[in-house]
Design a protein around this ligand. Sequence first.
Ligand code: IMP
Ligand code: MG
Length: 183
Amino acid sequence: MSESIRLTPQIERILISPEQIAVRIKELGAEITRDYAGKEIVILCILKGAFLFTSDLCRSIGVPQKLDFMAVSSYGDSTRSSGIVKIDKDLSESIQNQHVLIVEDIIDTGLTLSYIEKILLDRKPASIKICVLCNKPSNLQQHVKVDYCGFTIENEFVVGYGLDFKGYLRNLPYIGVVKKEYR
Ligand code: IMP
Ligand code: MG
């Protein structure tokens, strides 16, 4: 762990360090590069949570790629899933006949990703695969096929490296657990 990293007051402990994140992203990138060899992909970053993960991951993927963004909200300001998914920003280009790699920050109930996958499948892509930074399988309500997973974590509310708490703390370089008194 870097000496320079200090905990902010809302954080109980660091779950995944910047170094662990960097190593895992290199591994995921290598795996994705092998799996898509000879193909071109559309990397679909789900905003806002996946913005940092996507920016590092895309640089470790060595196949021809385009980048697109979709913004969805499912939580409001709560730390529990509302089950309601709203598209705040849609893709800027068609994905018909394209190999789409969805990049998302975290799966909790699975409601967000299963909804996104369903509406994207209607647009007739050549394929869809899902890459998540974190998976919290203990809360799953809707099965989602995760093709690439950075880290499987316990049922804790985490922030940092793109993940937020009420819109804040996305800028932390690590993934940390929020103190109970803040939730
Ligand atoms: P799901 O629909 O319940 O799978 O929730 C997925 C979305 O909820 C993610 O894209 C996150 O925005 C948010 N979320 C779920 N768990 C956490 C967490 O521990 N920290 C921050 N955001 C979370
Ligand atoms: Mg999100």
